[in-house]
Design a protein. Sequence first.
Length: 300
Amino acid sequence: MDFDVIIIGAGPSGLTAALYLGRANLKTLILESVGSGGQLNYTYEVDNYPGFFGKGTELAEKMRSQSLKFGGIFSSEKVIEIKVLAGDIKLVKTRKNEYRAKSVIIATGANPRPLGAEGEEQFKGLGVSYCATCDGAFYKDKTVLVAGGGNTAFEDALYLSKFCKAVYLIHRRDKFRASANLVEKVRNNPKIIIRTNETIEKIQGDSMVKSVVLKHTLSSRISVLDTSAVFVAAGRLPNSAIVKDIVELDKSNYIVTDENMRTSVNGIYAVGDVRTTPLRQIITACADGAVAANDIAMNW
């Protein structure tokens, strides 16, 4: 089955690309294995996307409906292989079908690295968050917790301290991967309390997070810490395995692109959280999708 463009992934970046490609009258297929919306489905409330305030699932459905309005075709299939054929044609294989297209957009996103704590999955979007800049404002004047020891964890703690009553920074070791200047800033911030050599064993609450159970890694002492939210900053894992032997990746396995979202292979684009980018937000993902679709349409 032949298409002009195949988009792999139906998060905000992929759906925006589909919208723009449909408006350009290009025959577009969107392949997604787990339903549309991506990380939006784990975002309880969105308040930093211009013109919208509401649940992440609601925004995901609006994006999906709009992207299909202009002729995009959605299929729930898992992509297992991509090949570059003669004449720059791309072959995309799923478990059920084979598709061909001149251009492919990789919009597979990145998954937060989970803590593995009991209750983490249960309270996703209900106090467990993987994005402080997305959800932090909902916890104004409340006590929150950040889990991690790298730059992201320390940056998140500093960001949250601007409006939260108190921020606990929990790390399983007594040494940090974060840069020295960030560590110093956090240590000098009176609203941030650092607790080292502790792991989060359990996240608990009722309809929302209320507390966590901590275990000291040296003494095995168990303690309970009241908190309204757990911000997990243990890193992210880009879903780039499908193209790891085809396009250039950076040292963290994110896909390298230029300003037009082009990868190192002609006709293969990468958008959203799966690519190397300084900011991973809904709005930047949408912008990536628009830029890639525009580049394809302008060079068709």
